[in-house]
Design a protein around this ligand. Structure first.
Ligand SMILES: *Cc1c(COP(=O)(O)O)cnc(C)c1O
Length: 400
């Protein structure tokens, strides 16, 4: 890029500052807002320069499946936010998860994962990997003995999400990292529910962090995206070539949307977490609710771990209405403000019925084991005024 590019801000800036300035590359026009390089490829001054790009001796851009300036800005901003050495963006969160799981492994390897996973992540671990000779064992994420017992000499990766989707259980990341490392395996953490604002898995001992940028990072329901963050070595040895040659590249347009999303990430996550906490407090003792789970409350089953590894609660609340599926559906249908959908981290408040949507693929027994009952509702706080959101739920529950 041009010589108006300033070096990356030093690491000691606060996250909010890095979210606004991190990774910015300015062209010779000195534009204020990040430029959108909506281009498939690049032209070269000479055949010699083109050759040098292909051999790697000239570090410029080649082809947008490999790299692109707008995508590079997004990756660098995420690197500075997360405190990682390197990152690669992907077309979706699932492309990030699938690549982080599959790319470093080969037939004969073994994976241990917490069973409380986003539905598609569980498909990758439980169904996809074994088809290629990579065995997997699912464990109860907060039972450290189960992690320990599941480790085998050929275990190469451990995988978890915390808080989990949708029941917001919290797994001790540092403890699982220790078990993984003692067995010669890496720990991969899906940090979507916690967001980079409230939790930094790399500093807790994890080796790889993955995000669906579709969620809080975009935060306005516009586009899909994903990112893998880790050491320079892991990205270079396992991720770089796999992504280039298999092609789940992030569109420069989506990278630009996500870059602008990052500028307001901390503000939004803080605001949404305040609303989620207020709703959790308002509903905790509601007569029509049999169970409520919020990582910021003292009655959370892993409150001590929340305190140890998270800087804030969550933008999500889970609760179970009395009366099963019928009562849950009546509640969802009576809400005016909170929309029935399956995204999360959006500016608009969203309610999801996991048993019939995101976790519908699981058997009723597998759902019961995870605590996903027929009455369970997942709420994702938006940016509406919190009093309006709370009133929406109070009225809807009365009608349920
Ligand atoms: C949404 C989500 C994903 C998948 O992300 P996409 O962008 O939809 O592909 C993975 N993990 C978690 C925890 C998610 O919430």
């Amino acid at each position: 890029m041009s010589d108006t590019t300033k070096p990356a801000p030093p690491r000691n800036y606060h996250p909010e500052t890095r979210l606004v300035h991190g990774g910015t590359l300015r062209s010779s026009y000195g534009e204020m807002s990040e430029a959108l390089f909506l281009t498939q490829g690049f032209v070269y001054e000479t055949a010699e320069q083109c050759e040098a790009r292909f051999t790697g001796s000239d570090p410029g851009f080649l082809y947008s499946r490999f790299s692109n300036p707008t995508v590079a800005m997004f990756e660098q901003r995420m690197v500075e936010l997360e405190g990682a050495e390197a990152a690669r963006a992907t077309a979706t969160g699932m492309a990030a998860v699938t690549t982080a799981m599959l790319a470093p492994l080969r037939s004969g390897d073994h994976v241990v994962a917490a069973k409380a996973l986003f539905g598609s992540c569980r498909y990758v671990v439980e169904d996809l990997l074994p088809r290629y000779g990579i065995a997997s064992t699912l464990v109860d994420g907060h039972d450290l003995d189960q992690w320990q017992r599941a480790m085998r000499p050929n275990t190469r990766s451990c995988f978890l999400e915390s808080p989990t989707n949708p029941t917001l259980d919290v797994v001790d990341i540092a403890a699982v990292a220790e078990i993984a490392h003692a067995g010669g395996a890496r720990l991969i953490v899906d940090n979507v529910f916690a967001t980079p604002i409230w939790q930094s898995p790399l500093s807790l001992g994890a080796d790889v962090v993955v995000y669906s940028a579709t969620k809080h990072i975009d935060g306005q329901g516009r586009c899909l995206g994903g990112v893998i963050l880790s050491s320079r070595e892991f990205i270079q040895d396992h991720i770089h070539t796999f992504l280039r040659q298999t092609g789940p590249a992030l569109s420069p347009f989506n990278a630009w949307v996500l870059l602008k999303g990052l500028e307001t990430l901390a503000l939004r996550v803080r605001q949404q977490s305040e609303t989620a906490a207020a709703l959790a407090d308002a509903l905790a003792r509601h007569p029509k609710i049999s169970r409520l789970i919020y990582p910021g409350r003292a009655d959370h089953p892993q409150a001590a771990i929340v305190k140890k590894q998270m800087r804030g609660g969550s933008t999500l609340v889970g609760f179970e209405v009395k009366g099963g599926k019928a009562a849950a559906f009546r509640t969802l249908n009576a809400l005016k403000l909170a929309k029935i959908s399956n995204n999360l981290g959006d500016a608009k408040s969203i309610v999801t019925h996991p048993a019939t949507t995101t976790h519908q693929r699981l058997t009723p027994e597998a759902r019961a084991e995870l605590g996903i009952s027929e009455g369970f509702i997942r709420f994702s706080a938006g940016l509406e005024h919190r009093d309006d959101v709370i009133e929406d739920f109070q009225i809807a529950l009365e009608q349920a």
